[in-house]
Unconditional design. Sequence first.
Length: 320
Amino acid sequence: MQNFMKILGIGHYNELSYMSTHWLGHVEAFKKLGHDFTYWHYDKNYIEEMLNKIKDINPDIVILGISDVFKGDFLEKLRPLTKAKIVWWYCDFTDYENFGDKDVIRRPVDKLIDYIFITNREQIPFYQNKLNIDKVYYLPQACLKREKIEELVSQYKNKLVFVGQVDYGGIRTERVDLLNYIRKNHPELKLYPNSDLTKKQSYGVHHLFYPSVEITLGHSWHNDADMYTSNRLFIVLGNGGFYLCNRFKNMEEMWGIGKHLDVFDNKEEAVEKIKYYQSHPKEREEIRKCGFEYVQKYHNYTIRLQNLLDIVNEKNEQIK
């Protein structure tokens, strides 16, 4: 029986009603695990108000989920107010240059944060060496719990979709080139910017949307980084979608290619695999079902956050 804990989460929790399965995953998981979880939306305009409430909560663990906490002197003000273990779980790929520009490297971060969790293994040495923190761990994102794959909903029926940011300040030109090439060969491709499945619609539409799509495409930048991938993988599989994405480094350690999902190594192969799975619906549906069952069993937020707590409480040193 695990000990009851008071946990404070600070992140983008105002997005609970939208797509942000990551933040909602915290709320659902800690409730299921039986802990007292308080969550605050980080707002730079209300930092002092937040900090003044820390002593009233008296948390055992503070989980920081965004890079904004490194701005200004938030961490310097937080540390003396609590005896809690302070954890930073960052779910994106660190831009080294911008990280340095925030003056993080020259600060005594090892005195301000006790544990760091990141969603790729490539950058663990960077955090350990630059920030002088030994306790840096790989902890990927996860999915919300679903009991079953929902039946097809006609209004969301699509043959081929990509959900996500198509271009962001020119940093995803490879993604733009890929999608343009696929669309020339598969004009049925529909693009859904993040906003179409977030603020305009509830996060709850995902379990209806993805099972109604024959093929959902995925593309992550930094696919050469060890085990780094977008949370889109967990969202799609966790809601019963069939996922075809670009290969990322060492993914075979966690995912069965051709069993839980499938991959492509270049745009030509992407086109060929789309054609293949469109003409092999039985095989596609077997992979969809297997992927859903696998991610629900081994990669839901309850399991993931229990992994985090076990490491922080020194019961385990790696994800299960």
